[in-house]
Design a binder for this molecule. Structure first.
Ligand code: ADP
Length: 264
C-alpha cells in the first residue's frame, strides 16, 4: 500500500497450495521514470533554441529580407542560440562519457596543485572579462592522487566557471588545495579541493538537488549566463569515479563554497 512503490506479483499453482511471489521493482520503475524525465528535459532544452532559430530564419527570408539592421541583429541572436545548443550537446556527451566510465577506477598520478595553477591560468580571460579575481591557496609541494587528469580539470573548470558566473563584478574566487584526514570505507588521508566565491549564494533548500541534471535555482539566470544545468551533474559523476565526496555550503548573500574530498 505504500506510495511510489512497484511490485510484480507471480502466482503459481502447486499440488496442494499456491505459490505467490512479490518482486519489488520499485528501483527499476524509478530508473525508468528518471530516464523518461531526462529525455523530456533534453528534448525541451534543444527545442527552445531550435524554435528560435527557425523563427529568425523565416523572418530573414520574408519580412526582414531587405532590412540590413534587423539582419545583423537577428544573426547575432541566432549565433547565441546555436552556441547554446552546441554547449548543451558537448555537456551531454561529457555526461554520457563520465557515466560510462564511472566504474573504471582512474590510475594515473595527477598533481592537483599543478592542475589548479594551469586551470586558473586557462580561465584568466573569462575572469578578467567578468571582473572577478581568482586567488589560490596552494601547498608548496605537489598534491598527488590517482586520477583522470582531463576529468579532474573538467571538475575545476565547471566549479570555477560557476563561481565566476554567479558572482558579481569586483568579487573574488578562491581555489584551495590541502591535506585532509579522510574517512570512508577506506580510512586514510585525502586531499581537499575547494572553490569559494563571494557571490549571491544559494538558498539552503536547493542544496540537496544541485547535482541533479538540469536542476537550476534560477533558470533564467543560468540560461542568460550560458549555463546548461549539467555542470554539477558532471562534477558529481567524476567525483564518484574518484571515490570522492562533494559538499556544497552556501547561504543566500554569503557566497558559496564547493569542497571536494579525494582519497589519496
Ligand atoms: P548551470 O549550467 O545552470 O550553471 P550547474 O549544474 O553547474 O548548471 O549548476 C546548477 C545550478 O546551481 C545553477 O543553475 C545555479 O543556480 C546553482 N549554482 C551553481 N554554482 C553556484 C554558485 N557558485 N553560486 C550560486 N549558484 C550556483
Amino acid at each position: 500500500g505504500a506510495q511510489d512503490t512497484a511490485f510484480r506479483v507471480y502466482v503459481r499453482p502447486l499440488d496442494t497450495s499456491v505459490l505467490v511471489t512479490f518482486v519489488d521493482e520499485t528501483s527499476l520503475e524509478q530508473a525508468g521514470q528518471m530516464r523518461r524525465d531526462f529525455v523530456a528535459n533534453v528534448s525541451h532544452e534543444l527545442k527552445t533554441p531550435l524554435t528560435a532559430l527557425i523563427g529568425f530564419i523565416e523572418t530573414l527570408k520574408g519580412p526582414a529580407k531587405n532590412d540590413e539592421g534587423a539582419r545583423d541583429r537577428f544573426l547575432s541572436i541566432m549565433e547565441t542560440e546555436a552556441s547554446r545548443m552546441n554547449r548543451l550537446v558537448s555537456d551531454l556527451l561529457s555526461l554520457s562519457r563520465v557515466e560510462a566510465e564511472e566504474r573504471v577506477r582512474p590510475t594515473t598520478p595527477v598533481d592537483l596543485t599543478g592542475l589548479v595553477k594551469s586551470t586558473i591560468h586557462s580561465l584568466s580571460t573569462l575572469a578578467e572579462d567578468a571582473d572577478v579575481q581568482i586567488l589560490s591557496d596552494l601547498p608548496d609541494e605537489p598534491a598527488i592522487i590517482a586520477g583522470d587528469e582531463d576529468q579532474l580539470r573538467q571538475v575545476l573548470v565547471n566549479l570555477i566557471e560557476n563561481a565566476i558566473k554567479y558572482s558579481g563584478a569586483g568579487t573574488t574566487v578562491t581555489v584551495s588545495v590541502g591535506p585532509v584526514s579522510y574517512e570512508t570505507r577506506l580510512k586514510g588521508d585525502g586531499i581537499r579541493l575547494s572553490v569559494k566565491d563571494s557571490g549571491a549564494g544559494i538558498d539552503p533548500v536547493h542544496l540537496p538537488r544541485l547535482t541533479e541534471r538540469f536542476y537550476r535555482v534560477d533558470s533564467h539566470r543560468s540560461r542568460e549566463k550560458g549555463g546548461t544545468g549539467l555542470g554539477l551533474a558532471i562534477v558529481k559523476h567524476i567525483v564518484n569515479r574518484h571515490r570522492g565526496r562533494i559538499r556544497i555550503e552556501s547561504a543566500r548573500g554569503a557566497g558559496t563554497e564547493v569542497t571536494i574530498l579525494l582519497p589519496v
